[in-house]
Ligand binder design. Structure first.
Ligand SMILES: [Zn+2]
Length: 173
């Protein structure tokens, strides 16, 4: 497992401090927070003192079969990706709300629409975060996933993309 210093230099984003397993990060739009990849079961992102513990579903699905070092580095990058792409994820969410704001719906339809919106937002944000990982890793990402043929990971990405696009189109209709 690489040292924290090694991880920080490989992540190479605007990190202002690293101590223990906590990586303090600052996004391009000024948001600061902390990232902890605690284990394979839980990741922590802390924004403005608010702890957002979450099961790393995408990281678990996509990192299977990778070395421990690659898994850790890509997991950190993925969480960094959530920080860096937050404005895009919010723009997607708000644009769906804006486009469909005048469509009449019953209370039942509205509830289903809101559940769909929550799912679409999460799926699109996961894809944006993973796109950030792809951009940061470049050809190394392609080598890990395409050339080493990881069908589960590619299937997962394709399914997420299909779900994100399909749900967004349904919500905007
Ligand atoms: Zn994620």
């Amino acid at each position: 497992m690489p040292s924290n210093a090694g991880l920080i230099s490989s992540i190479n984003m605007t990190e202002v401090k690293a101590q223990e397993d906590v990586h303090q990060v600052r996004s391009w739009f000024g948001l600061t927070g902390e990232i902890v990849v605690e284990s394979q079961l839980w990741h922590l992102v802390k924004v403005g003192g608010v702890r957002l513990n979450h099961p790393p579903v995408v990281n678990l699905l996509l990192r299977r079969g990778l070395t421990a070092a690659d898994r850790l580095r890509l997991s950190y990058l993925h969480e960094c990706g959530h920080f860096q792409t937050l404005p895009l994820a919010l723009a997607h969410l708000l644009s769906l709300v804006w486009i469909s704001r005048r469509r009449p719906r019953s209370a039942h339809e509205r509830l289903i629409w809101l559940v769909g919106l929550a799912v679409a937002h999460q799926v699109v944000w996961e894809l944006l975060a993973e796109t950030y990982v792809m951009i940061r890793e470049g050809s190394r990402y392609k080598q890990m996933y395409v050339q080493n043929a990881r069908p589960l990971a590619l299937l997962c990405l394709t399914a997420l993309a299909g779900l994100g696009v399909g749900l967004s189109r349904w919500l905007a209709r």
